[in-house]
Design a protein around this ligand. Structure first.
Ligand SMILES: NC(=O)c1ccc[n+]([C@@H]2O[C@H](COP(=O)([O-])OP(=O)(O)OC[C@H]3O[C@@H](n4cnc5c(N)ncnc54)[C@H](O)[C@@H]3O)[C@@H](O)[C@H]2O)c1
Length: 360
């Protein structure tokens, strides 16, 4: 059987808890290299997974191994420069979220992938659910009419990551190989920001995929409280079809407290209510009809393996992705504008970059 030869760049929490186990157990994938600049992380990968092809430098790996595809799971500020090196080496790329921190960098990656006919996809597990597919079809078929308003909410448990105290979540996440670095999510130089780049990116990535909307103007309030990065965000958006919407997020949910993740989309003929946590979807039509979808179980509602498996399937079979690079870039457009607005106190117009199409 043909296998896609995949390298994983970044051997931290998410790569060791999800991407490596997902790839190692997927018959169509072969893990051909793991890169981390920290030798202790590489030793842990060797001990835990028996992988021998280990590199501290991604460029050396790209040249020596020439993988078919790479997964980048690094601190956010490194997504763009290292993603660019991957694409320039002619290697298909699955970039973890947030795709990049800056809009111009995001579109530069899209352009580079387009120029080289490379796959470019972003790590949004929720976009891979059957509910995301059904909701997107409900919008694109016109069944809920013209979208006029969207509303998104994400209240999640990340405050200790943002504080630089990831060990506080060992009881919740287990960290079978390693937890995240203390700086990864708390140091603005590495993380870019807090709740916005950690979690609003998921909310926006799903909302924009399902709705097909593109942001045109953004106004945001963000509060850090006692942190160096944003903990709560309130973002208002006008979209280019004239619809308006809001995204609100709070990262301060405690272990054991209920988390909320919800997207509502209102059109001229109906509305969609998605709650990815806990995996529910319903569509409500103006004529009174209601389509209630079966609730998704825990594994189906957050399919962490789907992002790496999708990269493999795209390489081997030309499968589509529900998280193309263009979506990653449009999501960065929204978040980059939101951070600028929160900083300046002004409404920010989204600068449109060339919309190259990377959809494979
Ligand atoms: N899709 C999801 O649901 C999800 C969940 C968690 C994390 N993530 C994303 O995964 C990425 C990684 O997060 P994490 O929690 O695993 O972080 P982490 O701190 O555990 O891992 C980052 C790794 O990158 C390594 N590194 C730093 N600079 C490097 C360089 N120049 N070259 C090679 N290696 C380098 C570090 O040594 C570290 O091992 C982030 O983008 C994060 O947002 C996604």
């Amino acid at each position: 059987m043909a296998k896609a030869r995949i390298a994983v760049i970044g051997a931290g929490w998410w790569a060791t808890q999800h991407h490596l186990p997902s790839l190692l157990s997927y018959p169509a994938a072969e893990v051909v290299a793991v890169v981390d600049r920290n030798p202790a992380k590489l030793q842990a990968v060797k001990d835990h997974f028996g992988i021998e092809a280990l590199y501290t430098d991604h460029r050396e790996m790209l040249q020596a191994v020439k993988p078919d595809g790479a997964i980048v799971a690094l601190p956010h500020a490194l997504h763009y420069p290292i993603g660019r090196d991957v694409l320039d080496a002619g290697v298909h790329l699955m970039m973890e979220k947030p795709f990049t921190l800056k809009s111009e960098d995001a579109w530069d990656l899209v352009q580079r992938a387009t120029d080289r006919s490379l796959i470019l996809t972003v790590g949004y597990p929720w976009n891979h659910t059957s509910h995301a597919k059904a909701a997107r079809e409900a919008v694109s078929s016109g069944s809920i009419g013209e979208i006029q308003m969207v509303s998104g909410l994400f209240a999640s448990m990340v405050i200790e990551y943002l504080r630089g105290n990831p060990e506080a979540y060992r009881g919740s996440f287990k960290f079978p190989v390693t937890g995240p670095g203390e700086d990864t999510y708390s140091n603005p130089e590495l993380a870019g920001g807090g709740q916005g780049h950690l979690q609003v990116t998921h909310l926006a990535g799903l909302m924009l995929w399902v709705s097909g909307l593109r942001p045109a103007e953004v106004f945001a309030f963000m509060e850090t409280f006692d942190l160096a990065v944003d903990l709560v965000d309130a973002i208002a958006v006008r979209f280019d079809n004239g619809a308006v919407g809001t995204l609100a997020a709070d990262g301060a949910i405690a272990p054991g407290q209920r988390q909320d993740h919800e997207i509502r989309i209102y059109g001229t003929k109906g509305s969609i209510i998605m709650t990815p946590i806990p995996g529910r979807l319903s569509i409500h039509y103006a004529n009174g009809e209601v389509r209630e979808f079966s609730a998704l179980g825990a594994a189906e509602s957050y399919p962490e393996s789907a992002t790496s498996h999708n990269l493999v399937d795209m390489i081997l079979q030309g499968t589509d992705t529900p998280a193309p690079g263009t979506l990653g870039a449009i999501t960065v457009d929204l978040l980059d504008a939101a951070y600028q607005s929160a900083e300046s106190g002004q409404k920010v117009a989204v600068r449109r970059h060339d919309a190259a199409t990377v959809n494979r």
